[in-house]
Design a protein around this ligand. Structure first.
Ligand code: PHB
Length: 393
């Protein structure tokens, strides 16, 4: 009888997650190679650093990060990796993903397998509508580009839009144009350029010939941003008096040193700058440099992953390591943080997208370094505008 009681007590304790240390497995898919393959390591480093600094809070629950390279915008590869992680590795959660097409390809797997998927970058608005098991801790292009269009209309009369021809580029074009035109501005030209190796010189010449007041650009951050800067300057658009603006992807923090002075004065709207002086950001940047070296700088990809890791750690604590998918999603939907490096953030329970501040920034030289200096807060708690407009339809 005593043995039966003991076994029963043990079984109950195990199901409550309080006796044996458990392991929460995260299938982490990002880009370590291919287009802008330098971005994946920012995501992984952020997650690893957050876990290292907070593992003591987990009450003995271990977190195992199983990393996979999707090789850039490659939905078939991303889907195959997600399938393997779910079926073979039996992960409790999926996380990561720089590129929109990859996030879209993983959506049905998250739904079918009921595996919560924390999107740490991919920013096309529609993504999170594709599975109830998705939550996003990064951004949408609408969050930056709609307020950018509204702001630009107050200063400029004409604009040209140049975007990469895939989901986030289309969103940037649509959101910027809507904000700009509602404010009385005129779009004098739009072009969608191939995602891989566009003929930058030819496109920049077209823009120069159209003589807009401003050129709004979206390209995926990373090395592509530096190619845009170089061609903008080489073709003399700056000297022709055209102002370069865009979402923060075009002045991504880690590339500023490679861009040089051509980036000076570029105005962007975004949720994160490594140069922000908020105490939470200073602490984050200091922790990053301490771990990875004084010359290393985090970027917005790192912040999406840092806050994604915070969301996961908080869920593990709340659920004591028992990651029932529906309970996990319920927790995610009501998560908030006052301590994000970008300012106060929360998850919108209706859309599972992040609500966050958006800042107008200008690239300036501060202490010898190029920095995205935050000039103004355009919105303190911006919801994805695309979903807000959809509701009204
Ligand atoms: C995306 O594919 O959603 C994406 C990629 C790079 C960015 C932003 C969005 O800088």
């Amino acid at each position: 009888m005593r043995i039966v009681k003991l076994l029963l007590a043990m079984a109950l304790a195990v199901s409550a997650g309080s006796v044996f240390a458990q392991t929460v497995k995260i299938g982490f898919i990002t880009s370590y190679s291919g287009l802008n393959g330098n971005l994946g390591p920012y995501m992984e480093r952020a997650v690893r650093l957050y876990l290292k600094l907070h593992e003591k809070e987990l009450g003995g629950v271990k977190v195992e990060l199983i990393t996979r390279d999707d090789t850039g915008p490659n939905p078939d590869k991303a889907k195959q990796l997600a399938q393997e992680l779910v079926v073979r590795d039996k992960v409790n959660l999926l996380a990561g993903v720089i590129f929109t097409p990859n996030a879209m390809a993983i959506a049905p797997i998250a739904t079918e397998a009921k595996v919560p998927f924390v999107i740490m970058n991919a920013g096309t608005a529609v993504i999170t509508t594709r599975s109830p098991y998705m939550v996003r801790t990064s951004f949408t292009l609408w969050q930056s580009s709609y307020p950018l269009g509204q702001w630009a209309a107050k200063k400029y009369k004409t604009a040209y839009s140049l975007v990469s021809d895939f989901g986030p580029g289309h969103d940037c074009e649509e959101a910027f144009s809507k904000g700009f035109e509602e404010g009385g501005g005129k779009i004098v030209g739009k072009v969608r350029v191939p995602l891989q190796n566009p003929d930058w010189a030819a496109y920049m010449q077209r823009v120069k010939d159209a003589k807009p007041d401003v050129l709004n650009v979206f390209i995926p951050a990373g090395k592509t941003a530096t190619a845009v800067m170089k061609n903008f300057s080489d073709l003399g658009l700056d000297k022709a008096g055209i102002k370069l603006i865009g979402p923060g992807d075009i002045t991504t923090d880690e590339e500023l040193p490679n861009m040089g002075d051509v980036a000076l004065g570029v105005l962007t709207v975004h949720h994160y700058s490594a140069g922000a002086t908020r105490p939470a950001n200073k602490a984050f940047v200091a922790a990053w440099k301490k771990e990875y070296g004084q010359n290393e700088t985090p970027n917005f990809v790192a912040v999406g992953a840092w806050d994604g890791a915070a969301l996961i750690v908080d869920a593990i604590k709340a659920l004591k390591g028992n990651m029932d998918p529906d309970k996990t999603m319920e927790f995610f939907k009501h998560w908030k943080s006052a301590n994000s490096p970008r300012g106060p953030i929360s998850i919108d329970p209706e859309t599972r997208d992040i609500i966050q501040p958006e800042y107008l920034r200008e690239v300036k030289r501060v202490g010898g370094q190029l920095v995205n200096v935050e000039l103004e807060t355009l919105g303190a708690a911006v919801k994805d505008p695309w979903k807000e407009f959809q509701k009204k339809k």
